[in-house]
Write a protein that binds this ligand. Structure first.
Ligand SMILES: C[S@@+](CC[C@H](N)C(=O)[O-])C[C@H]1O[C@@H](n2cnc3c(N)ncnc32)[C@H](O)[C@@H]1O
Length: 317
C-alpha cells in the first residue's frame, strides 16, 4: 500500500467496537443513510437532532443511539455500496447494480489485469479492484485532472491508501492504449465515445480478451457495436441492461417500491478474436437493410455477412 491516508473503513461485521477515525453509516427511522467519519469531540447534526461522535465511539455495529431529540439512529460500518453512493464525486458514478453486472459480464476475476477509463469518481475502480483481488491489477485512465483527484482520494479513503496493484494514469486512454506495460485481459470503458477506442483495443488486447462499454444511450450502443463489428477483430458482441426493482416488505404490504432507478446504462461486451484472414470467425449475418428509406452505414458496400466480402466463405448453418 503506497501513500497511506486515513485508516480504511473496517470490514462490516468486524467484531470490534467503533473507533475514532472510522467511517460509519448512520440510518434514521425513515431509513435515510448518512456517511460520517467519527472524530473525538465531533458532532452530527440532522433533522433528527444532535448526536455526539463520542456517543458512537466504542459502540458495537448495529447499536441504536438516541439524539438530543430522542430519535434513534442505528450505526453500522459502511458497505462499499454505502460508501460509493455517498462519497464525494466529480463524475457520475457507476451504480452498484451495474458494477456487479460489469464484473460478471466482463468476467473480471482474481488475477485479471483490467484497464479502465475513465476513472471518474473511482466507484467502478473500487469494484474492479475487489474483483481482481491482490493477485490482479487495475490500470485506470482519467483525462480530467479534477476527476482524477476525486478518484485518487475516493479509492485511497476506502482502501486506506492507494493499493500497490492500482495505477491511475492522468491521461487520455486513446493515447495510452498503445503504451501499456502489459497486455490486459479486460478493457472496461465508461466514457462518452467508446467507439474511438476500438482500433486501439484491437491492438492492445490479446485474442480471447473482453472489452466492455457502459453507455447510457442507444445511439452510443449502436455506434460502439457497429465499430466492433466493422473492425473485424471482435465477435460475440452483446448488449444487456440491468434493472433492479426494490420491494417494500412490510406486513401484508408487500409490493414493488414506488421509486426505482429506472435507467442507468447499457452494457455492451465483445471478445477480441483474430481477423478473418488470420483464422478468425466470419462476420456476422446482420440486417443491413433496416427498412424503406433508411440507409444504414455505407449503402454501396456489400452487406456484412454476404459471401462476397468473405474470402473464406460462410460456414454452412
Ligand atoms: C462517467 S465518468 C466515469 C465514472 C466512473 N466509472 C465511476 O464509477 O466513478 C466518465 C469519465 O471518463 C473520462 N473520460 C472520457 N473520455 C476519456 C478518455 N478518452 N480517456 C480517459 N478518460 C476519459 C471523463 O473525464 C470522465 O471523468
Amino acid at each position: 500500500m503506497s501513500s497511506p491516508t486515513a485508516a480504511a473503513p473496517l470490514l462490516p461485521g468486524t467484531d470490534a467496537p467503533l473507533a475514532a477515525g472510522e467511517l460509519v453509516v448512520l440510518i434514521d427511522r425513515r431509513r435515510r443513510r448518512y456517511l460520517v467519519e467519527l472524530t473525538e469531540g465531533g458532532e452530527w447534526h440532522s433533522h433528527a437532532g444532535l448526536l455526539t461522535h463520542d456517543a458512537l465511539i466504542g459502540c458495537l455495529e448495529g447499536t441504536a443511539v438516541r439524539t438530543n431529540r430522542n430519535m434513534e439512529i442505528v450505526v453500522l460500518r459502511p458497505t462499499r455500496e454505502d460508501y460509493v453512493l455517498k462519497m464525494k464525486r466529480g463524475a457520475q458514478v457507476v451504480y452498484p447494480k451495474d458494477q456487479a453486472a460489469i464484473v460478471a459480464a466482463a468476467d473480471v476475476r482474481p488475477g485479471c489485469t483490467v484497464v479502465e477509463a475513465g476513472a471518474g469518481s473511482g466507484a467502478l475502480t473500487l469494484a474492479l479492484l475487489a474483483a481482481v483481488g491482490p493477485t490482479g491489477r487495475v490500470v485506470s485512465f482519467e483525462r480530467r485532472d479534477d476527476h482524477a483527484a476525486h478518484a485518487r482520494r475516493n479509492v485511497a479513503r476506502f482502501l486506506g491508501g492507494e493499493p500497490d496493484n492500482w495505477q491511475l494514469v492522468d491521461g487520455d486512454l486513446v493515447d495510452g492504449l498503445g503504451q501499456l506495460e502489459e497486455r490486459p485481459h479486460r478493457l472496461v470503458l465508461d466514457l462518452l465515445e467508446p467507439w474511438l477506442l476500438v482500433p486501439g483495443a484491437a491492438q492492445a488486447l490479446p485474442a480471447g480478451a473482453i472489452v466492455l462499454a457502459y453507455m447510457p444511450t442507444v445511439p452510443q450502443v449502436m455506434r460502439f457495436s457497429e465499430a466492433l463489428w466493422d473492425d473485424g477483430r471482435f465477435t460475440d458482441v452483446r448488449t444487456t441492461e440491468t434493472l433492479v426493482r426494490p420491494w417494500d416488505v412490510d406486513g401484508l404490504a408487500v409490493r414493488p417500491a414506488h421509486r426505482m432507478v429506472a435507467h442507468t446504462a447499457f452494457l455492451t461486451t465483445a471478445r477480441r478474436v483474430p481477423a478473418r484472414d488470420e483464422g478468425g470467425p466470419p462476420p456476422p449475418r446482420r440486417k443491413a437493410d433496416v427498412g424503406p428509406g433508411v440507409v444504414w452505414g455505407d449503402a454501396t458496400a456489400p452487406a456484412a455477412g454476404d459471401a462476397g466480402d468473405d474470402p473464406v466463405g460462410d460456414p454452412v448453418d
